[in-house]
Design a protein around this ligand. Structure first.
Ligand SMILES: Nc1ncnc2c1ncn2[C@@H]1O[C@H](COP(=O)(O)OP(=O)(O)OP(=O)(O)O)[C@@H](O)[C@H]1O
Ligand SMILES: [Ca+2]
Length: 595
């Protein structure tokens, strides 16, 4: 942040660092105010070099301006004594100090949101160092100066002071402690416009969020015009026509609405200016009540309530205060809004990977269960024995989880609508894929179970051997169905299931390992798995049966599914029965929840 524009003595100081454009009284009062009425500090290295500044970005910008004007921070600090301070806070949007400059004189300095401080001013100092009353004309020219700065997306801060009679200052320590700094009849010293350039990448990040169905809103303490200009700069508002109430709203207006009015407009709000910490909280509450999933980013202590209330609180790691970090769920180490996109991307990736794994695992379980139950009930013995099922479990639990849960995030995830708060983990698309694959496996393997010996021409074999060959084929085909279906599970909603597969080495390695272990089992571990060696033809049959799951999955993806989760058809029915006297009961809001 840097001070790029200054208005003082009723005119623009251009360039802002030019000390000679300021009359001497204004200069010395400004320097006094800058050095004393601050929570930051300036450290000048001993060997010379650029002074090091500390404090909040706004404080640093103003201190830097003072240094550029020629302020000697330490000596100005020694010239007067701070007798009372009212530190800047977001609620009041201003901060002040009382300084004892001599035995009889006290200076009260104020610094804060430009239009708020300006409203307390009744005079200014002109170019001849005379204190002149602020008439209508001058007042509107200052207001215009603030507006012009705001339109250029500058943060406006006004600096003002007033002399005060030292005798009127409470002398008892306890009284001084509770003394309200006088804030009327101030004399305006300067209005500064601070530029906080939109970081590179923020516009793209906002666009990525929008594509991902995440609506980015800006809730700031800056004035509405500044907020609007910044929002247009970084793409939160797409055009000037967007910038009308309630898309952009002042915190004061929002807080005076009734709760139901707030709920009505909360969805539409893109920018909230001059907001207090409580306004942020009210907006988060309203959005959550509307069913949205809300993420809040914040840095200050005053952001803590909103960070805490949000579904996901993201605190800034560098600028963030400890309180903000404590109240958040995630700390963004580089303080960069673009990292929010990464959070969304990885969050979605983890969720999608869990879904892939569940779909894969359920398919195996459903198929194995039906095959064994049907076989057991009809002929009394099961084609897949305990050892074989253990091995299949190993494939699907440990190795399957490793293969599917390590899929890296893809851009596809960032073009999807977000998952709503009440959306089920198993989506209709997953049920469709699962049912298609499970039905295929059950059908083929049961046919082999009942008619395998005829189909495979094993009638001439000895009965026991033929039975073992058939069961081994069932087991082998079942395993290959899972191996090939593992590819399908990678992309539940895309036809091309091989996209990026070679990049996921772990996946390819695990598939290779599964095939090798399967070969070892059939060839060498027949004793444990109760299998026999298969001829190369039966190996080919097993692989072919597995491969069919690929085209089957591709065709299956052409079948459309209803948008409403199937579970809801049932729950709605139950609910309706339970709430038969409540005709207006809606189970779920019909809009799509967003982050
Ligand atoms: N240290 C300060 N001294 C005086 N006024 C300040 C200071 N910091 C901010 N302001 C004024 O208050 C407004 C910001 O208020 P607030 O701190 O509530 O907002 P915010 O959105 O939390 O800001 P930030 O981006 O600094 O975190 C600014 O527009 C500016 O006019
Ligand atoms: Ca803040």
């Amino acid at each position: 942040m840097t001070v790029v524009e200054v208005s003082a003595c009723g005119k623009k100081i251009d360039p802002p660092d030019n000390k000679s454009l300021l009359p001497s009284k204004v200069f010395s009062l400004l320097i006094e105010g800058i050095a004393q009425n601050t929570t930051g500090s300036v450290f000048v290295p001993e060997g010379g070099g650029a002074p090091e500044l500390s404090g909040s970005p706004t404080e640093k910008a103003i201190l830097q301006w003072g240094v550029n004007l020629g302020m000697d921070f330490l000596s100005v600090r020694l010239d007067s004594v701070i007798i009372h301070a009212f530190p800047f806070n977001s609620e009041k949007k201003r901060g002040g100090v009382a300084l004892k400059v001599s035995d009889s004189e006290v200076h009260v300095h104020w610094k804060g949101a430009a239009e708020i401080v300006l409203a307390c001013c009744t005079s200014y100092i002109d170019t001849d160092d005379h204190v002149v009353p602020l008439d209508e004309e001058k007042l509107s020219s200052y207001k215009k100066a603030i507006e012009d700065m705001a339109v250029e997306s500058l943060r406006c801060v006004a600096i003002a002071y007033r002399p005060y009679d030292a005798k009127s200052v409470p002398s008892v320590a306890a009284e001084l402690e509770n003394w309200q700094l006088p804030e009327s009849d101030l004399i305006l010293l300067a209005i500064v416009g601070i530029k906080d350039p939109c970081r590179p990448g923020v516009k793209d990040a906002v666009q990525l969020c929008t594509n991902a169905g995440v609506k980015v809103r800006m809730v700031t303490g800056d004035n509405l015009q500044t907020a609007k200009a910044i929002a247009l700069e970084c793409g939160i508002l797409s055009s000037g026509t967007d910038a009308t109430e309630p898309n952009i709203i002042e915190g004061k207006t929002f807080r005076t609405l009734t709760e139901s009015q707030r709920l009505d407009i909360a969805d539409k709000i893109s920018v909230m200016g001059r907001s207090s910490p409580n306004d942020k909280l009210l907006l988060v509450q309203a959005l959550r009540k509307r069913g949205h999933v809300v993420a809040v980013t914040g840095d200050g202590t005053n952001d803590a309530p909103a960070l805490h209330e949000a579904d996901i609180g993201l605190a800034m790691g560098i600028q963030g205060t400890e309180v903000a970090k404590e109240s958040s769920d995630i700390i963004i180490l580089d303080d960069n809004f673009s990292s929010v996109v990464k959070v969304v991307r990885w969050g979605r990736s983890v969720y999608a990977n869990i879904q892939k794994f569940i779909q894969f695992q359920l398919t195996v379980n459903v198929a194995a269960l039906i095959i064994n139950v049907v076989a057991a009930v009809s002929v009394g013995n099961v084609p897949l024995n305990a050892v074989q099922l253990l091995w299949v479990n190993l494939i699907m639990d440990t190795l399957g989880a490793l293969a599917l849960a390590t899929e890296p995030p893809t851009d596809h995830l960032m073009r999807r609508a977000p998952v709503g708060r009440r959306e089920p983990l198993i989506t209709n698309i997953m049920w469709r894929n699962l049912l298609i694959q499970a039905s295929y496996q059950v059908t083929v393997l049961l046919i082999l179970n009942f008619r395998g010996r005829d189909i495979l021409n094993l009638q001439n074999d000895d009965k026991d051997h033929a039975f073992r060959v058939n069961n081994t084929l069932i087991f082998n085909a079942f395993v290959f169905c899972q191996v090939f279906n593992e590819f399908n599970a990678r992309k539940p909603d895309e036809v091309n299931v091989f996209k990026g597969v070679t990049k996921n080495r772990l996946f390819m390695g695990i598939i290779g390992l599964e095939v090798v272990l399967q070969v070892i089992i059939i060839f060498f571990l027949g004793k444990f798995a109760t299998t026999v060696r298969l001829s190369w033809k039966l190996w080919l049959v097993s692989i072919a049966l597995g491969i069919i799951s690929w085209p089957l999955a591709a065709i299956g993806k052409l079948i459309p599914v209803p948008e409403k989760p199937i579970a809801e058809f049932f729950t709605k029915k139950i609910r309706r029965e339970r709430n038969s006297d409540d005709g207006n009961f809606t189970y779920r809001n019909c809009f799509r929840p967003r982050y």
